[in-house]
Ligand binder design. Structure first.
Ligand code: ZN
Length: 326
């Protein structure tokens, strides 16, 4: 046992140990290098804005890849007409492991990307679509690499991987339960109202969003804490047990309007949001409860590129996600 680190250190010196500098030592079979490859594939498709070729090709790719990992893939396709009159072709992709199991866990991420970089400090960039390396691609990469793990080692319970569309199209400020067309969280709302089977109710669910940030600090989100405190405890305890307490911080940041909200409110699911809302380093004048500091925030800007995402962060979150369903 004691020899192992020494042998690995020697192997690093000769390039034989397969971990890159700065990567977390994996605690599970989750392969963060493969996940980084899935991030890059999506960026190569271009922005995944509904109605564009990049969006269509990425959706086709997710469907094809998930069919390789499991033979139960349900695609929900529909068109959404926005308040402004745009017609968006949308798809939710629902891939199931161990579909006959009654005890099920739901993992969710969004696969579309925001059409406009409206938080960019450069006003000239604000009409351009974001690359979405972290806000979109990282979550998809996480779920796809989880698919690799579960294909080789089936989880002890049923696991459903849900890729929702149309999360990031519109104005989050307009979201409330009575607005019929806020044009955000469109796919998760559609799923909550069109469940894949009658009475579908996972024992718990986790939404994974913006979890690739190289500066990974995940605080507890307020809607999650009030709707499903036992799920928050379960996830943060799993992270602590793996030695990742530095990244999963037991403090509440504030409420975040995200895809878990319609699943909680419209379908009564116990789903929490695992999100690193401070994308980039925490500024001296930002902290839990504040809106992220604009000066160092890549959220909804053209700076949401692959160099801001790290294999280490994907490994940490991947290990937690695998451990929760072992
Ligand atoms: Zn976003």
């Amino acid at each position: 046992m004691l020899l192992l680190p020494i042998l690995c250190a020697a192997a690093v010196a000769t390039g034989g140990c397969d971990r890159l500098p700065g990567t977390a030592s994996p605690k599970t079979a989750f392969n963060a290098e493969a996940a980084m490859g899935y991030v890059k594939t999506q960026l190569d498709f271009g922005p995944r804005v509904p109605g564009t070729a990049g969006h269509r090709r990425t959706g086709d790719w997710i469907v094809a890849e998930m069919k390789k990992r499991t033979d139960s893939v349900i695609v929900q396709s529909w068109t959404h007409v926005t308040a402004r009159g745009d017609t968006l072709p949308l798809r939710n992709i629902f891939a199931r492991f161990n579909p006959s199991a009654t005890q099920r866990v739901l993992y969710v991420t969004h696969w579309d990307t925001r059409p406009t970089a409206d938080e960019d400090l450069n006003f000239g960039n604000r009409q351009l679509p974001i690359p979405g390396a972290n806000d979109g691609a990282a979550g998809v990469a996480l779920l796809m690499a989880l698919g690799d793990v579960f294909k080789t080692t089936p989880p002890s319970m049923g696991v459903d991987l849900l890729f929702v569309d149309g999360e990031d199209w519109g104005d989050f400020g307009l979201y409330n339960d009575s607005n019929p067309r806020p044009d955000v969280l469109i796919g998760s709302t559609y799923f909550a109202l069109h469940l894949p089977e009658p009475g579908y109710k996972p024992i718990f669910g986790v939404l994974w969003d913006m979890i690739g940030d190289a500066d990974l600090q995940i605080y507890q989100e307020e809607y999650s804490v009030s709707a499903a405190p036992e799920v928050v405890t379960r996830v943060w305890q799993a992270a602590a047990d793996l030695g990742y307490g530095k990244h999963f911080i037991r403090e509440t940041w504030g409420p975040i309007t995200d895809d878990h909200v319609p699943l909680i409110r419209k379908a009564g699911m116990r789903v929490i949001d695992v999100i690193d809302i401070q994308y980039g380093k925490m500024g001296s004048n930002s902290g839990p409860g504040d809106y992220p500091d604009a000066s160092n925030n890549y959220h909804h800007t053209l700076k949401d590129t692959i160099d801001k995402v790290s294999a280490k962060s994907l490994q940490i979150v991947g290990d937690v996600a695998v451990t929760l369903v072992k």
